[in-house]
Ligand binder design. Structure first.
Ligand SMILES: *[C@@H]1O[C@H](CO)[C@@H](O)[C@H](O)[C@H]1NC(C)=O
Ligand SMILES: *[C@@H]1O[C@H](CO)[C@@H](O)[C@H](O)[C@H]1NC(C)=O
Ligand SMILES: *[C@@H]1O[C@H](CO)[C@@H](O)[C@H](O)[C@H]1NC(C)=O
Ligand SMILES: *[C@@H]1O[C@H](CO)[C@@H](O)[C@H](O)[C@H]1NC(C)=O
Ligand SMILES: *[C@@H]1O[C@H](CO)[C@@H](O)[C@H](O)[C@H]1NC(C)=O
Ligand SMILES: *[C@@H]1O[C@H](CO)[C@@H](O)[C@H](O)[C@H]1NC(C)=O
Length: 460
């Protein structure tokens, strides 16, 4: 067998030089399938789909001119057959899955299969991921994607991880998969994307997962995972997307997160994380989205968040943060969304916030903020109803800038209301009249003027 193979290879290599006149089609493989692989394929098709009478309508399903959509075949390197390399079910125009479709464990017996996709395929008949008793080694599987399969139940068999050692993309999302993530996940050393989101997974995230150094995307969101995140998460230097949100994870966010220098998106909201945040978070210079709301943090807002120059969204609501809003947040020039509502924040709104030129959504409601709102009318108009300052009883709006206090949920400042630390002078800045004259007006006069204007025009 090996000798024939060697001869065949030699022939292929030398043909163009020595026998260039030979008709090359002689050397092309006949377009047939290995009979046992063909039978396995029919079994898979019949398990999943009733779109066709596969055996009679497609006697040679791999043949390029007659192959069905949803299947991809390639000629073998070491033999003269066509082999199934990709199967795709559930998304039109690919074959539909019938209501009695169950998980076809035979896919692991197709020796050349590299990718399989099952989208919205197991919807009514309960079925679990299973492995056949005998599997061929080594598996060439690179991508397995099972998405939106509401009747996919049971746990992830550990053999899935031990067998599919070449896997690069694994998606098992929006299903009802339960149980723990098998620790054998550490064997998937080629894994680049892992998505187990929207399932019913329990237990701790296995320590071995943090060894998968090639991971670029990790999504474990919307499960019931418990335990803490280990410091060894810092080994995932390629990670760009980390989503652990909506689980029951506990403990501190470890310092190791500060080593994830490729991170662009980090979501850890809706968990039980608490305590001081690692200063190393300030190293994540590429971070654009930081979503951490709904955690019982019980700490102060870290100054370091203001050192993330690319940040576009910073969501820290409902997290029991106390202390003042760090002035460093004013440096986040690309910030579009900042949500800090429902914390215990005190002090003034940083003056520099008026310089957040990209801000579009700012929610500071339900805190203990005080003093004068530092926004000018153009800022207030730009944000419109996407600015929420309500529920801060000590906060007030300078009547000069007041154009819709009720909507913002703040009162106009009293005469005596002066910003903490600012001069207690009863005079405000000179105001230009319509004729361009600069006039000085006492705060009392101004207050009365704006009170009247407010009643008439500004509902203040
Ligand atoms: C090779 O054979 C095929 C079909 O047998 C034919 O169509 C083609 O013209 C031949 N080519 C040459 C270069 O002889
Ligand atoms: C802000 O965003 C723009 C466009 O996405 C980008 O070009 C720029 O570098 C960002 N600014 C910073 C400070 O990262
Ligand atoms: C804002 O950024 C500038 C320039 O990087 C820096 O000098 C300044 O200290 C920062 N401000 C705060 C409050 O962190
Ligand atoms: C806003 O930015 C400008 C220009 O960088 C700076 O001069 C000014 O002091 C900033 N305003 C506040 C209130 O920080
Ligand atoms: C701000 O947060 C509060 C409390 O969660 C919410 O009720 C309100 O709708 C939010 N406002 C805006 C403008 O998003
Ligand atoms: C504003 O003035 C009213 C009436 O004088 C007073 O009852 C109220 O306590 C004052 N509010 C503040 C925040 O000073």
């Amino acid at each position: 067998m090996l000798v024939i193979l060697l001869l065949f290879t030699l022939l292929l290599t030398f043909t163009p030089h020595h026998v260039s006149s030979t008709n090359h089609t002689l050397l092309q493989p006949p377009l047939t399938m290995d009979p046992s692989e063909l039978q396995t394929l029919y079994t898979i098709m019949e398990t999943l789909s009733s779109d066709q009478k596969w055996r009679t309508n497609y006697p040679n399903p791999c043949k390029p001119s007659t192959s069905w959509v949803g299947i991809e075949c390639k000629p073998g390197v070491a033999d003269s057959h066509l082999h199934v390399t990709r199967l795709d079910f559930g998304t039109p125009p690919n074959p539909n899955c019938k209501i009695t479709a169950t998980f076809p464990s035979q896919i692991f017996q197709l020796p050349y299969l590299q990718s399989a996709f099952f989208f919205h395929c197991f919807t009514l008949t309960k079925t679990a991921i299973s492995m056949p008793k005998t599997v061929l080694e080594p598996s060439l599987f690179q991508q397995l994607s099972l998405r939106s399969n509401p009747s996919l139940v049971g746990s992830i068999p550990s053999q899935l991880f031990t067998h599919l050692s070449s896997l690069q993309i694994l998606t098992l999302s929006q299903s009802k998969i339960s149980g723990r993530i098998p620790p054998e996940i550490s064997e998937l050393t080629s894994l680049v994307h892992l998505d187990l989101s929207y399932n019913r997974l329990t237990g701790a995230i296995p320590a071995g997962l943090w060894k998968l150094k090639n991971l670029v995307g990790l999504d474990l969101s919307y499960n019931s995972l418990t335990g803490s995140v280990l410091n060894t998460i810092g080994q995932l230097g390629m990670l760009q997307k980390l989503d652990l949100s909506s689980n029951s994870l506990t403990g501190n966010l470890p310092n190791g997160i500060g080593k994830l220098s490729s991170l662009v998106f980090m979501a850890v909201g809706n968990n039980e994380f608490r305590g001081k945040l690692p200063v190393e978070l300030g190293n994540l210079k590429g971070l654009e989205y930081l979503i951490m709301e709904n955690n019982p943090m019980s700490t102060e807002l870290p100054v370091e968040f203001g050192w993330l120059p690319k940040l576009q969204e910073l969501r820290l609501a409902n997290s029991d943060y106390s202390g003042e809003i760090p002035a460093s947040f004013s440096n986040l020039s690309n910030l579009t969304t900042l949500s800090l509502q429902n914390n215990r924040l005190t002090g003034n709104i940083p003056l520099g916030f008026v310089n957040l030129s990209h801000i579009y959504h700012l929610n500071l409601s339900k805190n203990w903020l005080s003093g004068v709102v530092p926004f000018d009318s153009s800022f207030l108009e730009r944000l419109g109803k996407n600015l929420d300052l309500s529920g801060n009883s000590e906060l007030c709006l300078d009547p000069m800038q007041a154009y819709d206090c009720a909507r913002l949920g703040v009162v106009a400042c009293n005469r005596s209301n002066t910003r903490v630390g600012s001069s207690s002078s009863s005079r405000v800045n000179p105001l230009k009249t319509s004729e361009g004259r600069v006039v000085g007006i006492s705060r009392t006069t101004l207050f009365i003027v704006f009170l009247v204007l407010g009643v008439l025009e500004f509902k203040c």
